[in-house]
Design a protein around this ligand. Sequence first.
Ligand code: PGA
Length: 252
Amino acid sequence: MTVRTPLIAGNWKMNGSTQRTQQLISSLCSGVADDDDRIMLLCPPYPYLHIAAEALKSKAIMLGAQNIAMEPDSGAYTGEVSGLMLKNFGCEYVIVGHSERRALYGETNEVVSNKFIIAQAQGLQPILCVGETLEERELGQTQAVVRRQIQKVIDSAGSAAFSSAVIAYEPVWAIGTGLTATPDQAQETHSFIRSLISEQDATIASLVQIIYGGSMKSENAKELLSMDDVDGGLVGGASLNAEEFLAIFQAA
Ligand code: PGA
């Protein structure tokens, strides 16, 4: 049986302040051992990356960003932040294709797959978010939607690209709503995602971390994380509370 390292990632979204960043990180650091066999990852907003990077120096917690520019080189792209800059700040990961970016900022599967490629070219591990809306689920389209979202990246980047990427299954109806997919619902889609990668490359499929996101909290984390194909969590709201986030981490 393949052992995949559990990954618990905190997506702070547009929340926080300088002080809050320092407080949260200092509370979290006490709960993560240097030789922990799970990975904790924090994705604060851009302006706090520097403070976070300083606070995490020589700590076992990893740093990531929530978004990345589609352009590989610096230039006239007002408001954008490049992968190179994120690397400079000490980021190892970047979230791409979060449903909020797809829905609110018009990111298509094409844009998302470009960002995925740019991230890897800069040495960042993309966390590719996929997931269906409630309407799509009710119409029985969950697998078709997820297949399209992943297939676009396979077509553009190749299946081998998933040897240095993470996939986050985040049903849109569960994000920030308090509704969580049941462990069986999560497992069903996670195993479907793994089978999609396996159609291309069984080894990569067995190694890729597939994490769950959508109202994960301390009270439901253990059950979700105990499913065979759930390798961690992408946590929004609950990652802003050190106690909650540490409890989820410990459940992994
Ligand atoms: P949530 O967000 O945990 O607040 O539902 C998860 C996410 O959007 O990544």
